[in-house]
Design a protein around this ligand. Structure first.
Ligand code: UD1
Ligand code: CA
Length: 484
C-alpha cells in the first residue's frame, strides 16, 4: 500500500520529565534501539508520502537519530503541548496530504499491521478522526476514551481532569490517531491551554470536532501491549523486556535453541542460523551474525561479530568486531576485538586476548596470551604466556609469524618482527630480531648448574638453626633460675 495521500507525524519534542534524565525521552533506548527509531521503523512499511518528526528537546540529536531513515524534522520551540506540536508540524505537511497518522515518539511497541488497520478503519467509517485505543488493567496516567451510546467517541479526558465516574474507564487513548486534515486544521486553531500545564492538548481537538458535528471513532488495539508509552524508567524496562521477548521468539521460530530465554539479550539486527544453541546469560549485540550449528556458551557477549557455521564460543568470552570461520573455538574467558579473525578450526583458549590479528587455519593459542597487530600462518602453535609487544609507546607495530611455527611458552615478540615458516622459538625468549624459516630462535639467559650447591646450602642452614636453638635454651634456663 503506497499512500501518497498520507503523511505520518511523530511527536518527539518532549523532554520526558518523569524519566528524570538529561537525555531527551525519545532517545532513551529499549530493545536495542532508541524509542523514536522503533516508531519510525513501524511506520516505514506503510509507505506514506513522508514522515515528519516534531523535535524540540535535544533537537539536533533527535534529528540525527531519525534522518538516516528519511524522516524530516521540524522544530517546535518552545514545546507548548501535543496540540501545539501538530500546529507546528502543519508547516512541513504537503498541502495535498488528506490524511495524517499521528504517533507519539515514546510508544515504540506499535506495529505496522496495527497502523494499517487503523488507517483502513478510518477510510471505511469516513470519520474526521480515528483514535487507536486500548483496554488496559491499570489505566492511571493515560487519557480515557469517553464513548457515546452509539459507540462513537465523545471526548478524550486526560487523567488529571477525570470525574470519579470516568476514572473507572479502562479504555485509554494511545496517542496514535488518524486524522482527515481538512477537518482537523480548523479545530486545531481553536485549542486553548485550559489545563494546569498551560499546554495545548491535541486531545481537546476531539471534543472540538464533535462540537462541529464531525464523527470521531476509536478502534481497539488487538494487543494492548503495543500502545505502552514510556514515561518512566519502569515503563522503559517493561517495554525493553517486550522487545527482547519478541526477538527471542522470532529466533526460536527460526530454529535456534535458547536456554532460559529470559536471561538472553539479542539486539534487533542480530541474525542466528538454525540449530545454533545459546546458553543462559548470553548477549548478542549490534550487527552480530551467527551461522548454523554454533554454540554460544553461558555469559558470553558478542558485539558486531560474524560467526560462520559450527563455531564454539565457550563461557564468559567477549567477542567484538571479530570474524570466526567454520569450526573456530574460543574461550572460556577469551577477549577478541577490533578486527580479530580466526580462520577455519583456529582455537583460542582461556585468558587470551586477540586484537586486529589474523590466526590462520588450525592455529592454536590456548593459554594466557596477547596477540595484537599480528598475522599468524596456518598450523602454528602459540605457547602459553606469549605476548606480542606491539606498542613502543608511540606506534603500533606488526608481528608476522609464518606457517607451522612453534612459539615456546612465555615468549615476548618485540614488534616489528617476523618469524619465518617452520621456525621454532625456545620458551622464555625475548625475540627482537627476525627469525629465519626453519631456524631455532633462542633469546634468554643461559642456564648454569652448580653440582651439590643445594645440598651444601641445606647442611649449612641446618647447623646454623641447631646452634641458635641451643643458645636460646641456655638463656631461658638462666632466666628462670634467677626468678626462683
Ligand atoms: C498523551 C495524551 C494521553 C495519552 C498518552 C498516551 C495528550 C494531552 N495526552 O499523554 O491522552 O493517553 O499520551 O501515551 O496528548 N510532545 C511534543 N511536544 C510537546 C509535548 C509533547 O512533541 O509540546 C511529544 C512528546 O515528546 C511525546 C508525545 O508528544 O512523544 C506525548 O507527550 P507526553 O507528554 O508523553 O504525553 P502523555 O502525558 O503521555
Ligand atoms: Ca507519553
Amino acid at each position: 500500500m503506497a499512500n501518497s495521500d498520507t503523511t505520518i507525524v511523530i511527536l518527539a519534542a518532549g523532554k520526558g520529565t518523569r524519566l528524570k534524565s538529561s537525555l531527551a525521552k525519545v532517545l532513551h533506548r529499549a530493545g536495542g534501539r532508541s524509542l523514536v527509531e522503533h516508531v519510525v521503523r513501524a511506520c516505514l512499511p506503510l509507505k506514506p508520502r513522508g514522515i515528519i518528526a516534531v523535535v524540540g528537546h535535544q533537537a539536533e540529536d533527535v534529528t540525527a537519530a531519525v534522518a538516516p531513515l528519511d524522516v524530516k524534522a521540524v522544530l517546535q520551540q518552545p514545546q507548548r503541548g501535543t496540540g501545539h506540536a501538530m500546529q507546528v508540524a502543519r508547516r512541513a505537511i504537503p498541502s495535498r496530504t488528506k490524511i495524517a497518522i499521528l504517533l507519539p515518539g515514546d510508544a515504540p511497541l506499535i506495529r505496522a499491521e496495527t497502523l494499517r488497520a487503523l488507517a483502513e478503519a478510518h477510510g471505511k467509517s469516513g470519520a474526521a478522526a480515528t483514535i487507536l485505543s486500548a483496554e488496559i488493567a491499570n489505566p492511571a496516567g493515560y487519557g480515557r476514551i469517553v464513548r457515546r451510546d452509539d459507540g462513537s467517541v465523545a471526548a478524550i479526558v486526560e487523567d488529571s481532569a477525570l470525574t470519579e465516574e470516568q476514572r473507572a474507564i479502562r479504555e485509554i487513548n494511545s496517542s496514535i490517531y488518524c486524522f482527515s486534515l481538512d477537518k482537523l486544521w480548523p479545530c486545531l486553531a481553536t485549542l486553548k491551554p485550559k489545563n494546569i500545564h498551560k499546554e495545548l492538548y491535541l486531545t481537546d481537538a476531539i471534543a472540538a470536532l464533535r462540537e462541529k458535528g464531525d464523527n470521531v471513532q476509536a478502534v481497539l488495539a488487538a494487543d494492548p501491549e503495543e500502545v505502552l508509552g514510556c514515561n518512566t524508567r519502569a515503563d522503559l524496562a517493561a517495554v525493553d523486556s517486550v522487545f527482547r521477548r519478541r526477538k527471542r521468539a522470532a529466533l526460536m521460530d527460526a530454529g535456534v535453541t535458547i536456554e532460559l530465554p529470559e536471561t538472553v539479550i539479542v539486539d534487533p539486527d542480530v541474525s542466528v542460523g538454525a540449530d545454533t544453541r545459546i546458553e543462559p546469560g548470553v548477549h548478542l549485540l549490534g550487527k552480530t551474525r551467527i551461522g548454523m550449528g554454533c554454540t554460544i556458551r553461558t555469559g558470553s557477549i558478542l558485539s558486531d561479530a560474524v560467526l560462520e557455521d559450527q563455531v564454539l564460543v565457550k563461557p564468559y568470552s567477549i567477542v567484538t568486531a571479530t570474524h570466526l570461520s567454520v569450526g573456530a573455538q574460543v574461550g572460556p574467558f577469551a577477549h577478541l576485538r577490533d578486527g580479530a579473525r580466526l580462520q577455519e578450526n583456529a582455537r583460542v583458549g582461556n585468558f587470551v586476548e586477540v586484537k586486529k590479528s589474523t590466526l590462520g587455519k588450525g592455529v592454536k593459542a590456548m593459554h594466557l596470551t596477547y596477540l595484537g597487530d599480528a598475522s599468524i600462518g596456518e598450523g602454528t602453535n602459540i605457547g602459553a604466556g606469549t605476548i606480542t609487544c606491539n606498542y613502543d609507546g608511540v606506534n603500533k607495530n606488526p608481528t608476522k609469524i609464518g606457517k607451522r611455527v612453534f612459539v615456546g611458552s612465555d615468549t615476548a615478540l618485540v614488534a616489528p618482527v617476523r618469524v619465518g615458516d617452520g621456525a621454532y622459538i625456545g620458551a622464555g625468549s625475548v625475540i627482537t630480531k627476525n627469525v629465519p624459516p626453519d631456524a631455532l630462535g633462542l633469546a634468554r639467559g643461559q642456564q648454569v648448574n652448580k653440582l651439590g650447591w643445594a645440598k651444601t646450602r641445606r647442611k649449612e642452614q641446618n647447623s646454623a638453626a641447631k646452634a641458635s636453638t641451643s643458645r636460646s635454651r641456655k638463656k631461658s634456663r638462666s632466666q628462670s633460675s634467677r626468678k626462683k
